[in-house]
Structure formats: structure tokens, C-alpha cells
Design a protein around this ligand. Structure first.
Ligand SMILES: NC(=O)c1ccc[n+]([C@@H]2O[C@H](COP(=O)([O-])OP(=O)(O)OC[C@H]3O[C@@H](n4cnc5c(N)ncnc54)[C@H](OP(=O)(O)O)[C@@H]3O)[C@@H](O)[C@H]2O)c1
Length: 295
């Protein structure tokens, strides 16, 4: 359903990757959605069509320089691209910018957006992209901060599970905890999430949770220590056959999201005056793996 020429889009997505195209295809079935790709070439290729879950989809794709005005903008780039994507979002003169990225990026987002409402939600939707083919990987749930009710409404109208979460800080920290424990170890040892539950990895998984828990608790995590361990084990079990995104990034020679995940924990710990040596070591090892010098 294309927007009329010159119209303001009700919603736009910056980042035409796995998750961005999955959300865009769902939203486009209900109303106009603008998709902002990294470049004019990529936007042109997208307009030729992709498949999402086997169904052809021709996104209304734009280059960042041609991004049209939009009411709400969703940010779905990898965390290393947040600032640039946020600047594109800001130029679209929206009512608000909502990140659904992993890690913690809200502070960086707000720095770019200034007075414009900007927030970070979380999503357990999943998708995988292989060239022009996107495969959604099971339905999840999207939680948005208060003030982004309209975005939750648009997502829900498109058939996605979405709602406003009053304690979005706690929800984000619980997701960060899981990513902090599973992602780096999966990437370093090149194992599936489920394999982390058995020796020799299990002890390291538990050590990462034990070290991160007091830091995240002090920031508003709503899980006690036993529940924190149980949450990580439950996610590793439920996603046992999956290869974590950080593992996929390392295998593909791409930059990982370690700075927005473990890097953010280190910054929080430093501010609190707490030592997190295991996470510090893990960050250094992931950086070496990113640079093609794994130990
Ligand atoms: N995929 C999942 O299942 C999933 C689940 C939950 C959360 N997430 C989170 O969602 C975020 C996106 O993940 P993803 O898997 O969709 O990543 P992805 O497939 O790599 O997609 C990101 C897209 O953003 C594009 N991009 C980068 N910088 C841009 C810019 N300045 N302007 C416009 N587009 C730009 C990239 O272009 P190029 O292709 O040219 O690099 C890429 O197409 C990440 O934070 C991830 O952790 C993903």
C-alpha cells in the first residue's frame, strides 16, 4: 500500500536488514511504510523486490539522503551504526524515534535526537537474511517505552505482539543480561546457544551472570540473583539450536555488537566502582576475534 506522493509516512524503518524487512513487510500489509537503506544502490535493489517468509515484498525504499517525512521512525541497524541512522531518523521530522536494537543505545540515540522523544524498546521477534531472502524466525513480543503507544498500536494492527512496558528499563536490562552471557561465549567458542549449558562452557556462562548481576541490579534489573541465572539458562535452552548473532557476525567477518552489550556493562560497572574482570577479558577476546586474531 504505497503512500501518496509527498505524503508523510505514518511509520518508517531505518535499516533494511533481517529484522527491518521483517517488520516492514508486516507493517506494509496494513499501510504505507518507508524503508531507509544504507545507500541509493541498496534502496534501488530493494525496490526490485525481496522475499520475506517466501512471500514477495517490494518495499518503498529510500536512500538516507532521500528519506521522506514520517510520524514515527524505528531504528533497526546494528548498534555500531546507531548514530548515523539516528541522524537520518531526525531529518525525517518524526514525533519520535524508537530503537528496537540489542544492547543499550538509548543514551547515544538521545544525544543525536536532542529534544525529540527517543527511546529504546526490546523485541524477541527474530529474522535471518540471506541476500534478497528474509526468513522470520518465530514470533516474539515487542515491548516499547511509555510514550510510544502509537508505535505499539501500529505493530499490533499489523499482527505483531506489541505493547507498552511501563518498566522498560528493567525489561531492557533483563535482555542485556541474556545477551551479555550468551552472545560473547557463543562467538568465542563458535558453539550453539544450547552447547553453552554443558561443560566446559557452563561455568563461564554462570561466571558472566554472577559478575553482571549486581551491576545490572543496581541499574534497575528486577530479577534476584537466582532468577537471573534461571533466565539465562531458560533462553539458552529455548534457543538451543540457534547460532547467536555475535557468532554469525564473527564467522562472517563483520563488526559485532560487543560495544553496546559488554562495553556498556563495563561503563556501568566503572561508574559504580565495581570490577567485572571476566567481562573485561571477554570483550578483549571478542575484539581480537573481530580483527581476525582469535586466541
Ligand atoms: N535479526 C534478529 O533476529 C534480531 C532479533 C532481535 C534484535 N535484533 C537487533 O536488531 C538490530 C538489527 O539486526 P538485524 O539482524 O536486522 O541486522 P542486519 O540484518 O545487519 O540489518 C541492519 C541493516 O541496517 C543497514 N544500515 C546500516 N547502517 C545504516 C544507515 N546508516 N542507514 C540505513 N541503513 C543502515 C545495513 O545495511 P548493510 O546491509 O549495507 O550493512 C543492514 O541492511 C540489531 O541491533 C540486532 O541485535 C535482531
Amino acid at each position: 500500500m504505497p503512500a501518496e506522493r509527498g505524503c508523510r509516512y505514518p511509520v518508517a524503518i531505518v535499516g533494511a536488514g533481517a529484522l527491518g524487512l521483517h517488520f516492514a513487510a508486516r507493517l506494509a500489509a496494513r499501510g504505507p511504510v518507508a524503508v531507509i537503506a544504507r545507500s541509493a544502490e541498496r534502496a534501488q535493489a530493494l525496490r526490485a523486490g525481496v522475499t520475506v517468509g517466501g512471500v514477495p515484498f517490494r518495499p518503498e525504499a529510500f536512500a538516507p539522503a532521500d528519506a521522506p517525512p514520517a510520524e514515527w521512525v524505528l531504528l533497526l541497524v546494528k548498534t555500531g551504526d546507531t548514530a548515523e541512522a539516528a541522524a537520518t531518523a531526525l531529518a525525517m521530522q518524526p514525533q519520535g524515534v524508537l530503537s528496537l536494537q540489542n544492547g543499550l543505545v538509548e543514551a547515544e540515540l538521545r544525544q543525536v535526537c536532542g529534544a525529540l522523544p527517543a527511546g529504546q524498546g526490546i523485541t524477541t521477534e527474530g529474522a535471518f537474511r540471506d541476500g534478497a531472502r528474509v526468513e522470520p524466525a518465530g514470533a516474539g513480543e515487542t515491548l516499547v517505552p511509555p510514550g510510544f503507544d502509537a508505535v505499539a498500536g501500529l505493530l499490533a494492527a499489523a499482527g505483531l505482539r506489541a505493547r507498552v512496558e511501563p518498566d522498560i528499563v528493567a525489561a531492557r536490562l533483563a535482555k542485556l543480561l541474556v545477551n551479555l552471557a550468551i552472545n560473547p561465549l557463543a562467538a568465542l567458542y563458535r558453539v550453539t546457544n544450547g552447547e553453552l549449558l554443558a561443560p566446559p562452557y557452563r561455568a563461564q556462562l554462570e561466571a558472566l551472570v554472577a559478575e553482571a548481576w549486581p551491576v545490572l541490579r543496581a541499574e534497575g534489573l528486577a530479577l534476584d540473583e537466582a532468577a537471573a541465572h534461571a533466565r539465562v539458562v531458560a533462553v539458552a535452552t529455548a534457543t538451543g539450536a540457534n547460532r547467536a548473532s555475535m557468532l554469525q557476525d564473527v564467522l562472517a567477518g563483520r563488526r559485532t555488537e560487543i560495544d553496546a552489550i559488554t562495553g556498556v556493562l563495563l561503563a556501568l560497572a566503572e561508574r559504580q566502582g565495581v570490577e567485572v574482570p571476566t567481562h573485561r577479558a571477554v570483550l578483549a577476546r571478542v575484539k581480537r576475534a573481530e580483527a581476525g586474531r582469535p586466541d
